[in-house]
Ligand binder design. Sequence first.
Ligand code: NAP
Length: 246
Amino acid sequence: MLHNNTIKNLKLDACYIRTFLKNGEDIIQKFNQLKLDGANVTVPHKENAYLLCDETRGISKDIGAVNTLVKEKGKIIGCNTDAPGFFESIKSFKNIKSALVLGAGGTAKAIAFILRKNGIVPTILNRSSKRLIFFKENNFKSFCWDNFTKERYDLVINTTSAGLKDENLPLEKNLLNNIMQNSNYAFDVIYGKSTPFIRLAHSNKLKTKDGSQMLINQAVFAFNLFYQNRFDTKVIESYMGKASFL
Ligand SMILES: NC(=O)c1ccc[n+]([C@@H]2O[C@H](COP(=O)([O-])OP(=O)(O)OC[C@H]3O[C@@H](n4cnc5c(N)ncnc54)[C@H](OP(=O)(O)O)[C@@H]3O)[C@@H](O)[C@H]2O)c1
């Protein structure tokens, strides 16, 4: 809806469709078979897309995952717009120097790298240890629940799916409450609902944001990649912001 609403308003000869990819290994074959000029890739195929496209650009090289594919002179180029999409959406948060990132999945990787690139020190905290290997290898301060020692963080970010289809918090309530009491901002990547994480942040009087602006921003950046940056991002955003599901 975000893309098709924009395509319609800009009177472009295109359409944005959904296709189910059973096997991530087949992503390039599928792209070619459908004769696509561009695509977005979602969970769980972002890592495979990164490995299989002809060329990768920008911060995707650090993250190891792409959510956007674009055909350029016969080659398939992979980019990551989740990371700048997230960062754009926290620009109204001022004086952030440190952040606690809850979760260690693909979204946490994108957020950790874009924070570091912009001079904000991220600490990663995950329920279990396996996914932390990537973060340790990339020199991020990272903990699992069992070995965590808390500090003060300006911003707390939920990148887990806790609260998406349940009423779970991404961290033990007393500990999260304690962290929030000393923070200024909270961000939840989940959008379209009031999560327990956001409600706890409100009760601690933090300034909050959910993932809806991040969703729009990653789509705006992807749309512009599809069209070689031909359009003003503000114009794209205005059409995307009016897409009816939001
Ligand atoms: N707003 C946007 O534009 C946007 C963009 C991308 C993704 N998202 C959202 O981001 C979320 C995460 O996506 P992802 O691709 O990063 O997922 P993922 O790769 O599957 O990672 C999920 C992470 O969440 C942790 N986790 C899951 N359930 C938990 C719970 N009940 N308590 C504590 N930790 C829990 C996992 O910990 P373990 O390692 O211990 O299993 C893991 O670190 C999804 O809700 C997705 O919809 C939003």
